[in-house]
Design a protein around this ligand. Structure first.
Ligand SMILES: Nc1nc2c(ncn2[C@@H]2O[C@H](COP(=O)(O)OP(=O)(O)OP(=O)(O)O)[C@@H](O)[C@H]2O)c(=O)[nH]1
Ligand SMILES: [Mg+2]
Length: 381
């Protein structure tokens, strides 16, 4: 499906930049923009073309808003339609979805996201999804103990980085759920390694976010037309699975490298005509598919899925066509129905003759509230 990705604020801009770098030539990425009040943050982006980056809100004097959500909301309301117009030369009317990416604990991005979601919903029929990066607990709490010295730190060093991060996130999640079809939280803390800070890890985390966004929205757009999926996945399948009412959704993703089944490479030259792919060992294909579906489901997801349960689930399995064993995919689908308790499992396949891995994407929507989201919500209760 064709999506228009909009990175808002520092974090959103960096994730969008990563998408442009890793997937800029992919067909699913029809449009991309980065919007921030902070001129330096916009300048620091590398992969998004300059014409797609835009600093808004002169009232902020070219700076970030330092977590001031109140000021940021005002700017968002004042500038949302201007931002909508900035997107115009990328033909947003033909996008099949809009994907806002935003760090929920900040000022500029979190403040403008709800107004922009509302504006895009007003202008276009396509659903607006929000990928919201959740603040880590450490950002808004002063750490008592220095992790290196093991003693109490100097009070000046204990200042939390973004004291309002959780409260901003709670308010922004609330507002976004009113204006977005579905919310995809990404739990930064879950993805940190022991002892690592968000600053240390952000490139890796942004890569993980970009991969998942690309895997979900890019599934079915990879092939170049000469490999037809048996079950075509389109934008309305994703929309049905994600929901339309601001539901919380999680993306699981796993890949397993497989031997490229180039004709002739394993079974001797000339045995197979150019149109005929070499055979893949059935048990190897079955096992690759089973493993990736399980890993995408039970492995680390963008956000915790309590009990694995979901109202609706979408499964996409992709890879070289000869590895996409029908029976294994059908079995995986049955397993997933059991695992999630979803009555509706939508599924599609994404054959890609050039792929060197089998992959699975599992989208679960209408999940029970993850513990981290409850903590964030309760910060303003
Ligand atoms: N995954 C990820 N999360 C980030 C990154 N940078 C910041 N965050 C998270 O996003 C939140 C918001 O940070 P920013 O995006 O820098 O904030 P902003 O929208 O620019 O807002 P102001 O600078 O306050 O105007 C932080 O509280 C972090 O939790 C990043 O590069 N990657
Ligand atoms: Mg900023």
């Amino acid at each position: 499906m064709r999506v228009h990705v909009i990175g808002l604020g520092g974090a959103g801009g960096r994730v969008a930049d990563r998408l442009a770098g890793d997937h800029g030539d992919d067909r699913f990425l029809q449009g991309i923009n980065a919007f921030d009040t902070d001129a330096a943050a916009i300048d620091a982006l590398r992969r998004i073309d300059e014409s797609r980056r835009y600093r808004f809100g002169d009232a902020a004097d070219g700076s970030g808003l330092d977590g001031d959500l109140h000021a940021a909301r005002r700017l968002g309301d004042a500038h949302a339609s201007e931002l909508g117009r900035v997107m115009d030369d990328e033909r947003p009317s033909t996008a099949e979805a809009f994907v806002l990416v935003v760090g929920l604990g900040g000022g500029a991005g979190a403040g403008v996201a709800p107004a922009l979601a509302e504006e895009l919903s007003r202008l276009y029929d396509a659903p607006v999804y929000a990928v919201g990066l959740l603040p880590t607990p450490a950002e808004s709490s002063a750490s008592e103990v220095d992790p290196v010295r093991g003693s109490a730190t100097d009070p000046a060093e204990r200042e939390p980085e973004r004291p309002l991060a959780e409260k901003n996130a709670a308010r922004t999640l609330d507002a976004l759920s009113d204006h977005c079809a579905a919310l995809f939280p990404f739990d930064n803390a879950e993805w940190l390694r022991p002892g690592e800070t968000l600053d240390d890890a952000r490139d890796r985390l942004n890569g993980a976010v970009a991969d998942r966004v690309a895997a979900l929205f890019g599934a079915g757009e990879a092939g170049d037309g000469d490999s037809t999926p048996q079950q075509v996945l389109d934008a309305s399948d994703v929309a049905r699975a994600a929901g339309g009412d601001g539901e919380v959704a999680a993306i699981g993703h796993a890949t397993q490298a497989v031997e490229a089944p180039a004709a002739g490479s394993r079974f001797g030259l000339g045995l197979f005509g150019s149109g005929e792919p070499a055979e893949v060992d059935t048990s190897a294909a079955v096992s690759a598919i089973e493993t990736t579906i399980r890993k995408a489901t039970r492995g680390k997801s963008t956000v915790e899925v309590p009990e694995g349960r979901a109202d609706r689930t979408l499964l996409v399995v992709g890879g070289p066509p000869s590895w996409l064993n029908r029976q294994a995919i059908a079995d995986g689908r049955r397993w997933l129905a059991e695992e999630t308790g979803s009555d509706a499992i939508l599924s599609g396949d994404a054959p890609d003759p050039d792929a060197e891995a089998v992959f699975a994407v599992v989208l679960r929507s209408g999940i029970d509230e993850p513990a981290r989201l409850r903590e964030i919500r309760e910060s303003i209760a």
